[in-house]
Unconditional design. Structure first.
Length: 100
């Protein structure tokens, strides 16, 4: 599966859409359960880093088990949001997480 990486993490900003980046998971936080409009869901934050910078990556449900610290992953068609003045990368419905 080939992912076309079109930007570096340092190029991402709060208005970026259809983000495709690749990097290494340098930190994986503990999974927690949150209440959403779809019921209770598991979520974990990870720090994704490339040679240009790092960003918080939100992982939901099955995607949590796909990654581990030190793994290289690509995010295809992700989106950026801002929480507490910090940029966050999420997959959403259209995004894909590919573990290399």
């Amino acid at each position: 599966m080939c992912v076309e990486i079109d930007m570096k993490i340092s190029e991402v900003n709060s208005t970026s859409k259809n983000v495709s980046v690749e990097g290494k998971i340098i930190k994986l936080e503990t999974t927690r359960v949150v209440n959403t409009r779809y019921g209770q869901r598991r979520v974990a934050n990870a720090i994704l880093q490339d040679e240009s910078g790092s960003i918080k990556l939100s992982l939901w449900e099955a995607d949590i088990e796909k990654v581990a610290e030190g793994k290289t992953v690509a995010v295809e068609n992700g989106f950026i949001s801002e929480w507490n003045k910090e940029l966050q990368l999420s997959l959403g419905r259209n995004g894909k997480l590919i573990v290399k």
